[in-house]
Design a binder for this molecule. Structure first.
Ligand SMILES: NC(=O)c1ccc[n+]([C@@H]2O[C@H](COP(=O)([O-])OP(=O)(O)OC[C@H]3O[C@@H](n4cnc5c(N)ncnc54)[C@H](O)[C@@H]3O)[C@@H](O)[C@H]2O)c1
Length: 342
């Protein structure tokens, strides 16, 4: 198969591209390196540095992808309140642009990574399943939901490309950017542990997530075009093991052999408990879901990677702040320091 993977210099995209290359597929990686690193692109994949907002027809028509995996996004959910136009342009307009180029180049399958953020706040104690109404509570989730509707509408009108929409959540593992202060809580905590600094937690740390190790997530995404039941389906993707953010901080301190030290910050508006059912993913990808890596094991593997690799320079928000009201003070200080330095 010939496959284009957008966002392949990023965390999940690089694992998807790696899986595809290792299984003998021809891969073109497209990434503007705004949040990823060229060194993440696996050997054996071609790399094109460019934005998903660029005119893409020449590139796509020359490569003639059978499948386009669209993972490129600016995925800083909390910050998306403060960069709504950038967020919508990069994520939703970018998706429309990639999908149009995929269609015109004759691609048969479009795989899109949406997010659990599409659901918004839980309406009950039940985990989200794919039939739960989507009422996103931040611009990132709203843009992801708009993308989902757009992908389905294009398919309904033109009859192709077939699609698979994934709603992953809280994925972690090697190659995750640990130097992005606005997202990736596991990475942020590991970077702090390495630097011997306290781990920042918004609120009391009792918010819970089901942190999901990358291996199953990347396999399911890569294998979507080969799984008949994934055709034109929307699928939650990740683990089932709930953990509070405070417990996560304590576990990471233990792994790195540093004292438990937390910097409790004022709470920010966020979903308190976010969990999903994965019955559909299990039935569509039984082989991939056979052995889900437990969080404890995944943290050890990621810690090994983090210790063995240099911490990259801090990643900054790629756009100026558009609405500064309610910015968490720690972010406001950081962004103010950056604009003063500039
Ligand atoms: N990591 C998670 O827990 C998680 C959860 C749910 C959904 N997702 C989704 O999965 C996808 C991958 O996320 P990730 O965690 O690997 O993020 P990531 O930031 O590591 O990777 C995203 C990549 O997209 C690239 N990119 C951003 N804007 C671009 C543009 N305009 N043109 C070209 N490239 C661009 C970045 O340089 C980066 O390499 C995203 O769509 C994200 O919304 C991630």
């Amino acid at each position: 198969m010939r496959a284009i993977v957008t966002g392949a210099a990023g965390f999940i995209g690089s694992h998807v591209a790696e899986r595809l290359v290792s299984e003998g597929h021809e891969v073109l990686a497209l990434d503007d390196l705004s949040g990823g690193f060229e060194s993440n692109v696996p050997d054996g994949a071609k790399f094109h540095r460019g934005s998903v907002l660029d005119p893409l027809d020449d590139l796509f028509r020359r490569f003639r992808p059978e499948t386009v995996y669209h993972l490129a996004a600016y995925a800083a959910e909390g910050l998306s309140h403060h960069i709504p136009v950038f967020n919508f342009t990069n994520n939703a307009v970018g998706t429309a642009n990639v999908l149009a180029a995929a269609y015109r180049a004759g691609a048969g399958h479009f795989v899109f990574t949406s997010s659990i953020a599409a659901y918004g706040h839980p309406h009950s104690d039940e985990p989200f399943d794919e039939a739960t109404p989507c009422v996103p509570c931040d611009p990132y989730g709203a843009a992801k939901l708009a993308c989902e509707h757009h992908v389905r509408a294009v398919h309904a009108y033109y009859g192709r490309p077939a699609f698979t929409i994934f709603r992953p959540h809280n994925v972690f593992g090697p190659r995750q950017n640990i130097a992005d202060p606005y997202r990736n809580v596991v990475g942020i905590f590991m970077a702090r542990a390495l630097a011997g600094k306290p781990m920042p937690i918004f609120g009391d740390g009792r918010q819970t997530r089901s942190f999901s190790y990358i291996d199953v997530v990347a396999s399911c995404i890569a294998h979507a075009p080969m799984a008949p039941a994934a055709r034109n389906a929307t699928i939650n993707l990740g683990g089932d093991e709930p953990m509070s953010v405070l417990e996560l901080a304590n576990r990471i301190a233990e792994i790195f052999g540093v004292p438990r030290a937390v910097d409790f910050l004022p709470p920010r508006k966020e979903v308190l408990h976010a969990h999903c059912r994965h019955d559909l993913a299990r039935s569509v990808f039984p082989a991939e879901y056979e052995r889900v890596t437990p969080i404890a094991e995944g943290l050890l593997r990621m810690a090994d990677y983090v210790r063995a690799n240099a911490v990259p320079a801090p990643t900054e928000c790629p756009a100026p702040i558009e609405i500064a009201d309610n910015l968490p003070p720690s972010w406001a200080d950081r962004l103010a320091a950056r604009s003063t330095a500039a």
